[in-house]
Write a protein that binds this ligand. Structure first.
Ligand SMILES: [Zn+2]
Length: 449
């Protein structure tokens, strides 16, 4: 059944980057598209024959876009905290991951999809083992998403990644896309990065009717990443260019371009920021994970000033420890100002853009992250009748509430690809209890093996 969604106010960026407020809005959804959005008075004649959801307490927003996570790592939430990045990754996470089964990953991803949807994320970009299981879990829960298996030179080669593209890219009613995902410059050689890019380029040129395949990787997360990368390449017999930064290294090996989705981008020079902007690299900022793992904040103000493509990510739930993007939104706004001791360095409206339209740009997924007419119907509604969201004194106060007081559990209804996924915070499948039990059972087993 087609949908008509009512609310008190709708807010979104249109695809030209203009912030739009619609009072007393009505959104008409047919199939998977928003076919109209305007005030109720103007388009109410289209309501007949549509299921009506929402009421005059609801704020209508585009579904949020999580540009970087490792969805199934819900399994490892809370199992290793308060450790340095390298120790956390090598001594704890990687040893547990060696014992993972495909079914573990399915349930981890399913829990991640439930948590994401309940907090308003309708598109997520994941990089993890058994990616076909992540795809299955996302599609089962109705979450739009990107998958990709980490390419690690010493463990996993590229050929499986392209098989994954052939089998899963643009499947499940176009909910699922596949990316090629070299893990990081210190775990995949320059040869792997170059070959990934050449194959992506060839695939995208041959399949111009299909959505783009991107390269999704971690970049400039660790302070000594360039040194680690140099040592790793030399160990594997690769020549290493004479460069001073890891971004410059990506440029030298020919992979800095608009097919790149780079997570973190913390340790950057002014010139690096210019390069990322000029080459239209999609950047996924993960401020909560960065802080938790003892990294500094990325240079967000300079990136905004230089018009970088910026989206937000939670990173995996073992390093955050939640997939609630509202938590990242609030943290970025508050902590970044404190970090620079300057309350003017980032605006609520800029954070709103990163969580919605910026995500669309970073993931190269036209139609998501907005409520504009003729785009994909990924819509969330927020119940505004809450003490912490009162008063609404102006349109701009809603943007302030979005960035500084809204929480994931304020999300009441979630629509993805034109389908109602949760209504009044309930999934039709009522699967949540069983999935939580499965995940607990599986982490007990993994920790005791
Ligand atoms: Zn990550």
């Amino acid at each position: 059944m087609d949908l008509a969604i009512r609310g008190r106010l709708a807010i979104y960026y249109d695809q030209t980057g203009k912030l739009i407020f619609t009072k007393d809005p009505l959104i008409i959804v047919e199939d998977n598209q928003i076919i109209d959005i305007d005030s109720f008075k103007k388009i109410k004649q289209y309501i007949s024959g549509h299921d009506v959801i929402g009421d005059d307490n609801q704020l209508l927003l585009p579904g949020l876009v999580n540009c970087h996570t490792h969805l199934s790592m819900t399994l490892f939430r809370g199992v290793a905290d308060d450790l340095p990045l390298e120790v956390w990754l090598k001594d704890h996470i990687w040893s547990l991951e060696e014992k993972l089964s495909d079914t573990d990953v399915y349930y981890g991803a399913k829990l991640g999809a439930i948590e994401s949807l309940l907090s308003g994320v309708t598109t997520t970009s994941s990089m993890y083992w058994y990616p076909e299981q992540e795809a299955l879990a996302m599609a089962d829960m109705g979450l739009r998403g990107m998958i990709g298996a980490p390419v690690l030179t010493e463990k996993v080669n590229l050929s499986d990644s392209f098989k994954l593209v052939e089998e899963h890219h643009d499947t499940a009613d176009s909910l699922i896309r596949v990316n090629i995902t070299p893990h990081a410059p210190y775990t995949a050689t320059s040869l792997d990065y170059r070959q990934s890019f050449l194959k992506i380029k060839e695939y995208n040129e041959k399949n111009s009717d299909k959505p783009l395949v991107l390269m999704h990787t971690h970049l400039a997360e660790a302070k000594d990443e360039l040194e680690q990368c140099r040592a790793f390449n030399i160990k594997h017999g690769e020549n290493f260019p004479d460069v001073k930064t890891i971004v410059k290294y990506f440029q030298e090996i020919g992979i800095l371009n608009n097919h790149l989705l780079a997570a973190h981008c913390i340790h950057l020079t002014e010139k690096d920021i210019d390069l990322l902007s000029h080459n239209k690299v999609g950047i996924a900022l993960n401020p909560v994970s960065n802080s938790k793992l003892g990294n500094k904040m990325p240079r967000v103000k300079e990136m905004i000033d230089k018009k970088c493509i910026l989206g937000l990510g939670t990173d995996g739930p073992a390093s955050n420890n939640t997939l609630d993007l509202f938590d990242t939104i609030r943290y970025l706004g508050l902590y970044y100002k404190g970090h620079l001791q300057d309350s003017t360095v980032i605006k609520a409206s800029q954070i709103f853009k990163m969580a919605t339209l910026g995500g669309m740009e970073a993931l190269h997924w036209p139609g998501i992250g907005t409520l504009e007419k003729n785009t994909l119907a990924d819509i969330i509604t927020i119940n505004l009748k809450k003490p912490h969201l009162t008063p609404i004194s102006s349109d701009n106060s809603i943007i302030s509430h979005f960035a500084y007081s809204m929480k994931g559990n304020d999300v009441e209804n979630v629509i993805v690809n034109g389908k109602v996924i949760t209504e009044n915070r309930k999934f039709e499948s009522h699967d949540e209890e069983r999935v939580m039990e499965e995940v607990e059972k599986r982490i007990y087993r993994l920790l005791s093996e």
